[in-house]
Design a protein around this ligand. Sequence first.
Ligand SMILES: Nc1ncnc2c1ncn2[C@@H]1O[C@H](COP(=O)(O)OP(=O)(O)O)[C@@H](O)[C@H]1O
Ligand SMILES: [Mg+2]
Length: 366
Amino acid sequence: MQGLTPPFRDLTADILSGIVDGVMVADEAGNVLIWNRAIEEMTGIAAADALGKQARAVLGENPAVVSQIEKTLATGRSYSDYEAELAARHREPLPVGLVSSILADEKGRPQGVILSVRDQRGVRDLKDRMRRADRLAAIGQIAAGIAHEIKNPLVGIRGAAQLLKSELRDAAGGSLIEYLDVILKEADRLNSVLEGILDFTRVSPRERGGFNVHSILDRALLLNEETARQNNVVLTREYDPSLPDVIGNQDQLMQVFLNIIKNAVEVMPSGGRLTVVTRMSDLFTSVQADGRKHRLMVVKVSDTGPGIRQEHLQDIFAPFFTTKDKGVGLGLALSYQIVQEHLGTIRVESREGEGTTFSVYLPLAA
Ligand SMILES: Nc1ncnc2c1ncn2[C@@H]1O[C@H](COP(=O)(O)OP(=O)(O)O)[C@@H](O)[C@H]1O
Ligand SMILES: [Mg+2]
């Protein structure tokens, strides 16, 4: 630190207000000496309301933080807690990492305590996503194994039923043929479930390129048009024509929009409005293979259906979660996996009785 000359104090203030971590310093008696800008934002408490007051009182809404500070003051040791939550007025608790350490003078005598608070939102998101991806991969492998095992005997059952049916028709089997039709129909249904599972597990990075997202949205809408008309669903498109190309695999992303649009149409059997909006987003991807961060665009698919129950919001992306009689529960699980492989994300907002919006964020080529 030899190069530092006065005005050293001013520099300290600039550093403290510039860093992203929240910093609080209190003296040995627990009076707050420093309360930087980041901690103001995290707690919603202004420096003017904190400086000179007792840390215990200022951080009253956060007893765990107070006790960590007091522990440091009492023992002279550092403590860290990387899974803490910071309560703040008018906001949801913030996931944070906390480190408290002793502030010592040049002779090593304790002068007070330093608390640093790191915003862990990004890290938590990432951990959640990794956990979900792991679970999907494991479930996928098991499901693929089971699907293969079931598929082979099913082919045999279906073939035998088909043969029996033609023999009986020749021998005028009458009502027995109806039973066989049931067997055939159910075998076909089972087969389509298995196909769905195998599709799900076949997801792997395929050919990628740049393409216009509106062309695949139009195709996905077209394929749902018939059902939409039967359900009296009115369709609105609000495309931003100036959007650059998206990068990814067209077939896979087509699958994503088909699933989401199909779900939206299905939850409005007696009419409603389906709105598809595209626009630029403020978000970026993490660094991609080309060493750059890519800007994301967003496709929002909104319906005026019944919405998703609060307690189901956690589960809708899990494989096999369905609330439909004939549902398989793989559409959203598959879509989630595809979008994640594209380094995008899917977000859902839903209000019971009002409707649901799925937002799919995808990286732009430019
Ligand atoms: N637009 C929507 N509105 C209400 N609920 C929805 C919507 N989209 C999906 N869901 C819920 O998520 C579940 C899972 O969807 P999905 O994975 O496509 O499987 P499936 O359509 O076979 O049920 C659905 O059963 C439904 O409960
Ligand atoms: Mg579905």
